[in-house]
Write a protein that binds this ligand. Structure first.
Ligand code: RI2
Length: 330
């Protein structure tokens, strides 16, 4: 099957982290489906469906942790599959896919804005905020609070090994916000000066645990010790329906060469280097999750999941029980 070069470039961009951040990954994946659909040259409906599903698989296999990626793809593909019995030609199928992809992108951007408006209400004048990595959702909250005239200070971690903290400090400084870059290892020391921690999320599990950039759980622990509130800013498409049925979120392990140079690795073949990209912060260490649907305690994640993904969860459960039935009748 011929996959357009533009789509392969997006998939490579996600894999290599040129395109990164859970929200941006999701929007890029939706956009890739749209581009693929627009570039389809055949005219058989079945072939088109196979083609779109292949593109979806290529995108799904780029990075494993951010649940925004499968949720974005599912948003588009499920709209096509729900109408499949009533679609008569490729043109109709294309309109559904391209329309759904555009709708996802628009909704995603709106969610980001709303999170800013809702989250900014939790920021007080003179607050000192600590953030980690580079999260557009967390930045939406911080920047909105600043726009509202609140005099805030921000500490941002470097976020080894990929240094996404540099992106964060550049963005905040360009808006005129008082921002200080700190090494990841300085978090516990700096926490004494901090009023609130605000981070993003790559995935939220049914039990309210948050998967975010490696180091987030240590920050939450230091905040807990210092009695500093921890807020997670996350769109509802970062909530994982699969976790309701017992699936675990896969923690991506990236190349050791992101941590030390290839020359170092070649020189010291006996030294093992690990590079887990994410960690899990249990619900007990999170005060609230700021979503576009409102601020919720992490323990209420299951309610968001049931409201937003009720049918996806029922579908999973149906598949599990029918495969179990198959097993027992064998
Ligand atoms: P937004 C990023 O992952 C960070 O972990 C960040 O907190 C999270 O995605 C959410 O980002 P990576 O792609 O969607 O840098 O809030 O590995 O921008």
């Amino acid at each position: 099957m011929n996959i357009p070069k533009e789509v392969l470039e997006i998939a490579d961009g996600i894999r290599s982290m040129k395109i990164r951040g859970a929200g941006r990954i999701a929007r890029s994946a939706a956009n890739a489906l749209k581009i693929a659909s627009e570039m389809y040259t055949g005219n058989t409906l079945n072939e088109y469906i196979e083609y779109i599903k292949t593109i979806a698989d290529v995108l799904l296999n780029t990075r494993p942790t951010a649940v925004s990626l499968p949720n974005a793809i599912n948003f588009v593909i499920s709209r096509l599959m729900r109408k499949i019995d009533y679609i008569s030609d490729v043109e109709e199928a294309r309109n559904i896919v391209e329309g759904a992809a555009s709708e996802f992108i628009v909704r995603s951007k709106e969610a980001l804005k709303l999170i800013g408006v809702i989250g900014a209400k939790r920021i007080r004048d003179e607050d000192v905020i600590l953030t980690h990595c580079n999260s557009s959702a967390a930045l939406s909250v911080i920047m909105k609070a600043y726009e509202e005239g609140k005099n805030i200070k921000v500490f941002a971690t470097e976020t080894r090994p990929k240094f996404q903290g540099i992106i964060t400090v550049k963005i905040l400084a360009s808006k005129g916000i008082d921002v200080t870059l700190i090494p990841d290892s300085a978090v516990r020391l700096i926490m004494k000066k901090v009023d609130k921690v605000i981070v993003g999320a790559d995935a939220v599990a049914a039990n309210g645990a948050v998967v975010n950039k490696i180091g987030t759980s240590q920050i939450a622990l230091a905040a807990h010790e210092a009695r500093v509130r921890v807020f997670v800013a996350a769109e509802t498409y970062k909530f994982s329906p699969a976790t309701v049925t017992g699936e675990l979120i896969i923690i991506e392990e990236r190349k050791p060469s992101e941590v030390v140079s290839t020359a170092f690795l070649e020189e010291h073949p006996k030294i093992r280097v690990r590079n887990p990209a994410f960690d899990v912060t249990p619900a007990d260490y999170i005060d609230a999750i700021i979503t576009e649907k409102g601020v919720i305690p992490p323990q209420a994640a299951i309610l968001i999941l049931k409201e937003e993904y009720g049918w996806v969860i029922s579908d999973y459960l149906l598949r599990i029980s029918s495969s179990e039935e198959g097993e027992t009748t064998k």
